[in-house]
Design a protein around this ligand. Sequence first.
Ligand code: HEM
Ligand code: SF4
Length: 551
Amino acid sequence: MYQYNDKDQTLINERVVQFRDQTERFLKGEIPDDKYRALRLMNGVYVQTHAPLLRVAGPYGLLSSKQVRKLASIARDYDKGFCHFTTRQNIQFNWPALERVPDILEELASVQMHAIQTSGNCLRNTTSDQLAGVAIDELEDPRPYCEIIRQWTIFHPEFAYLPRKFKIAVSGAKLDRAATQFHDIGLHLVQNEHGEVGFKVFVGGGLGRTPVIGQVIKPFLEKKHLLSYLEAILRIYNLYGRRDNKYKARIKILVREAGLAKIRKKIDAEWALIKHKLELSPERIKEIQEQFRPPNYQLDAVQDTSYADKLANNADFATWVKHNTAEHKIDGYRAAYISLKAPDSPPGDCTESQLDTIADLADQYSFGMVRVTHRQNLVLADIKQADLFDLWQKLDAINCATPNIGKATDMICCPGLDYCSLANAGSIGVAKEINETLDSMDYVHDLGDLKINISGCMNGCAHQSVGHIGILGVDKKGVEWYQVTLGGSSENDAAIGERLGPAVSKQDIAPVIKILLEVYLEQRIDEDEPFLATVRRVGIGPFKEKTYATN
Ligand code: HEM
Ligand code: SF4
């Protein structure tokens, strides 16, 4: 994990002092509301339905146990005992008092964390694959590049006031687990015909009210040009992105309006000016890669036989291993998901005591590291197979072992009407109702891979437009209704879901989901055909027919 140097630490410490002074002056009435708004947004503070909301950066989703323990103590001492993990691998506190936010930021700074650039029209947290560095389908670990990008984005003087926010995601694996095609810039580590590794660059992807799949602007970018090319894209966006209409201000609209070819030409012209000034040297890449060296794996871990015995003799454990763990590039190790999707708790929320236990488990079993996934779960990436049984029992004891990763009850869900002042409708309540409908785990497993995403408004924070089933809260004359889409995907086969038909009422949404699942079970060729494949094969017709026949 990257460790701050003195310069990094000084910068974030100084920012805490500045923000403390700004907040004190605001609270004394010396800074007007609109001026303070810009200052607080630079420090991750929104004002929401109940209280300010503080969004803390989780750089490419990587947290140390020390940082997780700090999140636990902040949840305990400054909030209502929990925090929320977001789809961009960040952490949100829903209830801090404004006057105490500077203290929270000081606490965070003591463990190399901050909330800088987690809101506002700037370069946001760079996200990545939760299995980075351990995935079996990985070409190269993307995290060093994420860190290089992080250092480039933080306090970049030219890009502090972009037309709109800007998000970058990097993947180094065959399977895109980081929704890269739905980011302003998506980067895939790829190999060219000479065997050299570089980046395939996507631009203009995004979700929100106008979901767009990113387009390939450069099929192969040499590593040494990473920053100069990103800088050229950002310069063109900063110059030409629309500032007259915030709904048309994202780069996806610029690319769509100007056309990819024209934008590419402009970017290339700008790039030519800076290409040689911003080269990344192999030494610099190596220096950062050193900070992501693999931990000291026990190379004989695979010899352990207790794991096979436990798998054979404990069906619940075997089910958890099947659904909540992933293969690891080192034999004898697996990556274990910590499900934050227990049926009785809001998706993505984690309590202070769960956080403390997770930090302890990370220390005990996974080299002290925790990762955040873009589907709002956590991962302990380096578990010896001999330790999986103990880990499972301990996760089960804190309600974090629901065997549902990638399944129907592993829903992405935004805060919706419960916390967010932009919401049209509740989303946490809908997730709860769907959970109540799908109360049999055997049924959930029979449904196979299924991504249900629920957003409380068209800003789409919970990626509803790329859910296999997407649920979007809409307001009809002050009443909560829900629009359903089918067939979206944020993975390699990126697609935007198709609307099922007219919105359904609040009391109908869970029953409608149940109907959709029944149609899937009727229509699938066999149990190996996942929901998404069935929708793509038969179209939305049969789903639509059954839904509106009974509603
Ligand atoms: C409650 C406070 C929140 C507010 C006020 C808020 C606001 C917004 C707005 C206005 C957009 C649309 C931006 C655009 O299209 O230009 C957006 C998009 C988004 N937000 Fe949120 N959001 C909140 C919470 C969250 C949470 C909890 C998550 C994660 C679960 C999240 C993740 C995202 C993502 C992934 C997008 C769409 C991706 C994109 O930018 O294209 N936000 N948010
Ligand atoms: S999707 Fe809408 S309701 Fe949900 S968090 Fe985003 S802005 Fe709020």
